[in-house]
Write a protein that binds this ligand. Structure first.
Ligand SMILES: [Zn+2]
Length: 277
């Protein structure tokens, strides 16, 4: 009985992905990991854009100068490299609906950067003190952009929704309930986008995936990704001080991370050479 139902179930939804078996999933570009995706990406991007505008209004920003120029230059190169890479592969460009934007936050105490869903990127001046050079900055930006390209916020919010849905999850598998659930999801996510979608730590799997994809994006954009190891060593030293970098507290396990990066660097340099502009 169980087997028959299970087979019927799998046949119907055509997908066994995700630890919670639900009808909607998508595939992360390049790593091809299956992920849960019950909330439409377009809706999350729209909400993120609003949260970003709100953040811009309330935050002290640096609006000119060489630091901001560096951030924009790296960003532009990465936008082009990522789009061109997927085009060359004959694949859908995961950033085609992004509205890229870059801000530099005037706060030396915060060692952090983030990229909201849809490509809204913030770098804090505190981070630039640790990155020290454009290669290292490109590693951090590549990592943050990778979270957006891999739709990690969509995935995380989808998981959160399924937990919130609780007993009604069972209803999803009955006819018509999927669309009803989508509507509920849409209404409920508005308030949480910044906290849940941006500021909370990603899971370890997502972090590792963002490290890997970030290296690729940085390499495609023509930066020296060997700098990534030195960057994380500097970050580790900073962590011993009184105020550990936000970037570290939300991005766990720096020893393992350096080990991973060291293993990936040669392969990434060979497989993902710079894309010519
Ligand atoms: Zn991260």
């Amino acid at each position: 009985m169980y087997n028959i139902n299970r087979r019927k179930f799998l046949g119907y939804f055509g997908c066994t992905c995700c630890s919670l078996i639900l009808p909607s999933c998508s595939t992360v570009p390049i790593t091809e990991r299956k992920q849960l995706s019950i909330i439409p990406e377009s809706r999350i991007n729209m909400q993120a854009a609003k949260a970003y505008e709100n953040f811009r209004q309330k935050t002290k920003l640096i609006t000119s100068g060489s630091q901001l120029r560096d951030i924009r230059k790296i960003g532009k190169k990465m936008e082009f490299a990522v789009s061109t890479f997927f085009k060359n592969q004959g694949k859908k460009d995961p950033t085609e609906n992004f509205g890229w934007d870059y801000i530099l936050v005037d706060n030396d105490k915060v060692v952090n950067a983030w990229c909201m869903p849809g490509g809204k990127i913030a770098v804090y001046t505190g981070l630039l003190k640790v990155t020290e050079n454009i290669n290292a900055l490109s590693i951090v930006m590549g990592h943050e952009i990778a979270h957006a390209v891999a739709r990690h916020s969509v995935e995380r919010m989808s998981h959160a929704m399924t937990i919130n849905l609780g007993s009604t999850v069972a209803d999803i598998f009955t006819g018509g309930a999927v669309s009803r659930t989508r509507n509920t999801v849409g209404r409920n996510t508005g308030l949480d986008i910044f906290q849940l979608g941006i500021m909370n730590p990603f899971g370890r799997k997502q972090e590792t995936e963002a490290d890997y994809l970030g290296l690729i994006f940085s390499s495609l954009s023509g930066y020296d990704i060997r700098e990534s190891v030195k960057l994380w060593e500097r970050m580790g030293k900073k962590n011993k001080g009184k105020e550990p970098p936000v970037f570290l507290s939300t991005h766990p396990n720096s020893k393992k991370r350096i080990e991973n990066l060291s293993n990936w660097i040669s392969e990434v340099i060979i497989k993902y050479p710079p894309i010519k502009i």
